[in-house]
Ligand binder design. Structure first.
Ligand SMILES: [Zn+2]
Length: 525
């Protein structure tokens, strides 16, 4: 007896052309796939799904998520399940809830809060294994694939100061990276604009990458500079990968400051990919989203959150920040100075600034009768740094040039919130439904491949990403006529229509526009 039988769907196997067929599921795995669906001795099934007119794909894989603490509040990760995602890579950008020093978890929680949510009120973990155990106990509906975060490791062993690790500390950091990879992490993430990851020099990255290379784990960097210094920042990581032999997967590829850099960037990546194992991910939007504190120069963020708040309270330091935003600093991407305040809007802000969500820094400054830099600094100060922004930087053409590139995989970079960037609700339907199905930017089969088998291969997950006998039954059944992104910057919390069903390990987790209540996922180790 089968558990699930989907009949008559157009089956996208994940690594080849689609065909009309039936798919049977038993004991969490795909039992058979056949193109014959009339009287050919198919066994009975507990659940028979009429797939006629619909597409059946392997469950989608999100290569870059901020879902590492969300499951404690929403184990369905509803906006993700609603798009057909069944596997998510967590702990990107060097940021992670573990490892963390016993005395410092509150500080880490406060730093991660705007990006990842706070997780449980009291964190019951310090090590990566303890964190993954707790996350598993939250019983998420989908699978979570952890990374070991370099920033978290540095914070544990060196602290928040802008110093180089001693040789003892560096050895201890290597040990933590190894421990994370042994605990089941599949990638080593870097956030070279976040603290304290930004304080690492190239040699420190090489030391960490040597450990990743021993496990064949890809380096996953948010590079040091996505502005005018983009090519140099990418080259640094290429150099690290080349020297250590670690695979390289660049996070959220983009050019913040100058679209003319995209062509040479893609040429550089193509040349490099001929020589080393290289891929990248992208969210299919021309705006980004992160901490508002990312508009500050590095010196103003020294000493962690308390140091940053001290700088924001000092008149002299505020003047210096305004000067640096106006004139730039060597090597610093200077988001506010480069993009201008009209292109930066608030996504979420903690009390007392909740109502600024959706307003640009120009609008907020005019309401407060001050200049936009002052407005940004006041917001951060009043809301204790718990403020995120949406920053508009790229044309649709630039986004599509990157999206159609064969080295591209899909990473939503989705940050949950009451008024989030629409990518947390719309990434998969925008890439597959809009770019591929409607606009023909890339072949549909290729788009499905990138959301499924190529992503699984990148993560070394041989059990999923394909519809074939023996593979895990992670599946999404969708109506191609309805499946397209509806989330916008003005109205971001909108899930796509046309997702008829989502299954994780053969268990249906999404039906008729809502979670079924089943939570068969967990941490992949
Ligand atoms: Zn990032």
């Amino acid at each position: 007896m089968l558990d699930v039988l989907v009949i008559g769907a157009t089956v996208f196997p994940g690594d080849g052309p689609p065909f009309a067929g039936d798919v049977g599921v038993a004991k969490g795995a795909i039992d058979f796939v056949t193109i014959c669906h009339k009287d050919c001795g198919i066994p009975a099934a507990r659940s028979v799904v009429d797939g006629r007119g619909l597409w059946l794909c392997p469950g989608f894989i999100d290569m870059h998520t901020h879902s590492g603490l969300i499951s404690f509040d929403d184990p369905f990760l509803t906006p993700k399940l609603a798009q057909g995602f069944t596997t998510e890579v967590i702990n990107p950008d060097g940021l992670a809830p573990a490892p963390v020093a016993h005395k410092r978890w509150r500080e880490r929680q406060a730093y991660l809060q705007p990006l990842e949510g706070g997780g449980p009120e009291t964190w019951p973990w310090t090590t990566v294994t303890e964190y993954l155990d707790a996350l598993d106990d939250s019983r998420p509906a989908l699978s979570l694939v952890p990374s070991i975060g370099h920033g978290a490791v540095r914070d544990l062993m060196v602290g928040v100061a802008r110093v180089a690790p001693t040789s003892d500390q560096l050895r201890a950091m290597r040990r933590e990276v190894r421990a994370g990879l042994e605990a089941g992490c599949r990638m080593l993430s870097f956030g070279l604009v976040y603290l304290p990851g930004a304080y690492a020099d190239t040699e420190e990255l090489v030391a960490m990458a040597e450990e990743a290379a021993r496990f064949g784990a890809p380096l996953v960097p948010h590079v040091r500079n996505e502005g005018h210094g983009l090519l140099g920042a990418i080259s640094e990581l290429i150099d690290v990968a080349r020297r250590t032999g670690a695979p390289l997967h660049l996070s959220h590829l983009k050019s913040l400051a100058d679209e003319s850099l995209i062509e040479p960037l893609l040429e550089l990546l193509e040349e490099t990919a001929a020589e080393i194992d290289l891929t990248f991910d992208q969210y299919p939007y021309g705006a980004g989203s992160t901490l508002l504190a990312s508009v500050l120069p590095g010196w103003a963020q020294e000493g962690g959150a308390s140091g940053t708040l001290r700088a924001l309270a000092s008149r002299t330091e505020r003047r210096r920040i305004a000067h640096d935003v106006a004139h730039g600093l060597p090597g610093w991407e200077n988001i506010l100075g480069t993009l201008g305040p009209a292109n930066i809007e608030i996504a979420n802000a903690a009390s007392p600034n909740g109502e600024t969500a959706g307003q640009s820094l120009v609008e907020i400054a005019s309401d407060r009768a001050c200049d936009p830099v002052t407005a940004a600094l006041d917001l951060m100060s009043e809301s204790a740094l718990d403020v995120t922004m949406v920053l508009h930087y790229a044309s649709d053409g630039a986004v599509r040039t990157i999206a159609k590139h064969p080295l591209m995989l899909v990473g939503s970079d989705g940050i949950f919130g009451t008024r989030p960037h629409p990518r947390v609700y719309g990434t998969a339907p925008r890439f597959l439904g809009r770019f591929a199905i409607r606009d023909g930017l890339l072949p549909v089969e290729e788009a499905v491949t990138r959301l499924t088998s190529r992503a699984a291969d990148r993560l070394g997950l041989a059990d999923r990403g394909r519809i074939a006998p023996g593979k895990r039954a992670d599946l999404v059944l969708l109506d191609p006529a309805l499946y397209v992104d509806t989330a916008t910057y003005a109205d971001p919390c909108r899930s796509p229509e046309g997702v008829a069903g989502v299954w994780v390990a053969g268990v249906q987790v999404w039906q008729d526009g809502a979670p079924t209540g089943e939570r068969p996922g967990g941490v992949v180790r």
